[in-house]
Design a protein around this ligand. Sequence first.
Ligand SMILES: Nc1nc2c(c(=O)[nH]1)N[C@H]1C(S)=C(S)[C@@H](COP(=O)(O)O)O[C@H]1N2
Ligand SMILES: [Mo]
Length: 322
Amino acid sequence: MLIKSRAKWEERESAITPEKVYLNRRSFMSGAVGAASAIAAGGVLADAAVASTERTLKELQAKTTSFDPGEALTPFAAVTQYNNFYEFGTGKSDPAENAWRLQPKPWMVKVDGMVDRPGMYDFDDLIDMNALEQRIYRLRCVEAWSMVIPWIGIPLSNILRKIEPQSGAKYVAFETLADKKQMNGVKSFFNVLDWPYREGLRMDEAMNDLAFMAVGLYGAELPNQNGAPMRLVVPWKYGFKSIKSIVRISLTDKMPETSWNLSAPQEYGFYSNVNPEVDHPRWSQKQERRIGEFGRRETLMFNGYGDMVADLYAGMDLRKNF
Ligand SMILES: Nc1nc2c(c(=O)[nH]1)N[C@H]1C(S)=C(S)[C@@H](COP(=O)(O)O)O[C@H]1N2
Ligand SMILES: [Mo]
């Protein structure tokens, strides 16, 4: 939970961007962000940047959508160098430095539990690459920083329909790869979390149109440190619900165990909806630091997505169900 006030990537944003992606996203650039990247254009590739571009990221074609908060995008360099992915270390720059060891191709996902079509699915069996959408979402970390990220992917409901949940299924559980050979954080002696990283959603949350399975960002495939080849994005919940590099999807009638809840149940609940009225036991959630901006912003209820998700929690005490 250490937070640096200024990171090195702020001076060399475009320098670390794969050229195609950089060109592709120039239409996103505006105001100060655009100016900063123009200044950085002559910058030098940093070590972390070399690691993060070790894998050539294929460009992706995606439909534009109306999912766009109309706020400045967080620079590509910040999105890909300031990460939480504890399987590669607990420091913010660890994932960008270490995730080159991850092999996202080929990728298999085990689908089990209360589904009519269980089995081992290849990435291409689950993700319809002709149906890709771009969605610009806010991401609010429980640590009180936030970003605005242009994801590419498909609605999670699209995948669930494919695997055919049975009528008794009430929750969807997800697991991340936990491979000591590829993930230096998993073999480390001092483990903050119990691997594999696990997350879950209630069925109606998972079927909500906002729940998204991302396979890319900024016009290209996901960099490893962002959870290649597929990761959840649940924008109305704290970032840790958006589980990366998914290798298992299970349908169940019991509330699944989730990693952060197992590690500190009094601090991280199953729901973990962004809520400025319910503080973390050790800090306030009223405000947040938007990465790349000075000062703080007010945190919005459900991260600003209340009109799409508030109904899911009608009648629930969100203090108890934090
Ligand atoms: N498997 C796994 N998924 C994870 C994490 C993690 O440590 N391991 N960190 C979570 C947290 S706390 C956040 S804020 C987001 C960060 O996503 P990003 O690095 O792509 O911005 O990923 C989430 N998904
Ligand atoms: Mo987070």
